[in-house]
Design a protein around this ligand. Structure first.
Ligand code: WQD
Length: 344
């Protein structure tokens, strides 16, 4: 329903979490407006989104950190009510080798958007943050009040600094309402297998490496350490289906729209509230997809946190959001998506 729906700019909207969020925004009656420079996304994602929706979506190809470009988008799209800001570089290892690239890109884009929100009276922003701000928590499950730890990488540091930029801007009295969503580990793909994760090169993250190994693209998966203090010795994480994560962004916008005050800053953990180990993921993947995975135990990976999973009660209560999909659902959808890639 172009023209009548509430318009929301989605920076990085062609990316993994962004594309799934665009789908859920549309289903919820919003008009998502994708801004993406395709540095870390494929044009095929737009086609996948439109296939799922059976409708065209608006796309502006460019850098959300480029002020002139974003001025044109805002001038073209009258009455934008909010921004969901995904666009950022997010490879932890790469950020250690190229810190300036990460600080320039991840901070510039947010600073540009904050200036534009002020100048054009755009009231709402939902920011893509990360559980990485907690480092290795002292107690589990981790709540929004758990202390933030010194970042383990420039990538993690950009997330912490961005949260501070947002909070300081709200505290300065600018009439904007802000939510930072601290994601745990997003996995899986849309059940249609029209959109999903498209890691560039060799995947850093566990689940795409699992599916590429199962597909024969990778020879073998190495489990990075089995001498941790967990039930099976492998690291523990909170793996959340990307569709549940996408829906949390819709709930966040609805929450902002319902808030009476004109300026606020809220943080929410977005995870399942359950911990799963690397071997839990492998065993579940094998079971739900009836596949034998080729893996072996190797050395620990530097910088890995031993155990982290979320207390999600704040989002459950305030956002009236909760996960509906399981680890098994996510691993089934991840495999279905991987198989769809082999066909293309
Ligand atoms: C998960 C577990 C690995 C690959 C990172 C970022 C975080 C967020 C999510 C953006 C760990 C183990 C992995 C492999 C393995 N990104 N593993 N073999 O490190 O929890 O979080 O991605 O916001 O900021 O840090 O996710 O998927 O890389 O690893 O054993 O080939 O899987 O050791 O225990 P991580 P991950």
């Amino acid at each position: 329903m172009p023209g009548t729906a509430t318009k929301v700019i989605v920076t990085g909207g062609a990316g993994y979490i962004g594309s799934h969020t665009v789908v859920e925004l549309f289903h919820a009656g919003y008009e998502p407006i994708i801004v993406d420079n395709f540095v870390n996304a494929e044009k095929s994602s737009i086609k996948g989104i439109e296939t799922i929706l059976g409708a065209k979506v608006k796309l502006y190809e460019g850098d959300s950190g480029n002020k002139e470009f974003m001025e044109r988008v805002i001038a073209q799209e009258r009455g934008i009510s909010g921004i969901i800001h995904f666009a950022a570089y997010k490879a932890v290892g790469e950020s250690v080798n190229q810190p300036l690239k990460y600080y320039r890109n991840n901070l510039d884009s947010l600073l540009t958007l904050m200036e534009l929100m002020k100048e054009h009276h755009i009231p709402h922003i939902v920011f893509s943050s990360s559980c990485t701000v907690y480092g290795q928590p002292d107690t589990l499950p981790v709540t929004e009040k758990s202390p933030k730890k010194p970042a383990e990488s420039p990538y993690g540091n950009t997330k912490q600094i961005c949260e501070e930029i947002l909070e300081d801007t709200v505290n300065s009295g600018v009439p904007i309402k802000v939510i930072a969503l601290r994601y745990f580990n997003p996995i899986g793909a849309h059940p249609s297998a029209e959109i999903g994760e498209l890691p560039l090169g060799v995947p850093n993250n566990l689940v795409p490496f699992v599916t590429q190994t199962a597909a024969g693209i990778r020879e073998k998966l190495t489990v990075f350490g089995d001498d941790y203090d967990t039930h099976d010795g492998t690291c523990l994480r909170d793996y959340i289906h990307v569709v549940d994560l996408a829906k949390a962004h819709v709930s966040a916008l609805q929450y902002l729209g319902s808030k009476s005050e004109e300026n606020s800053y809220d943080v929410f953990n977005i995870g399942t509230g359950q911990g799963s180990t690397v071997l839990d993921v492998i065993n579940t993947f094998e079971e739900v997809n009836n596949i034998k995975l080729n893996y072996s135990i190797g050395a620990r990976r530097a910088g890995d946190v031993e155990k982290v999973y979320a207390d999600v009660s704040h989002a459950n209560v305030e956002l009236r959001w909760k996960t509906e999909l399981s680890l098994a659902d996510a691993l089934k959808d991840a495999w279905k998506w991987q198989l769809s890639l082999k066909k293309n």
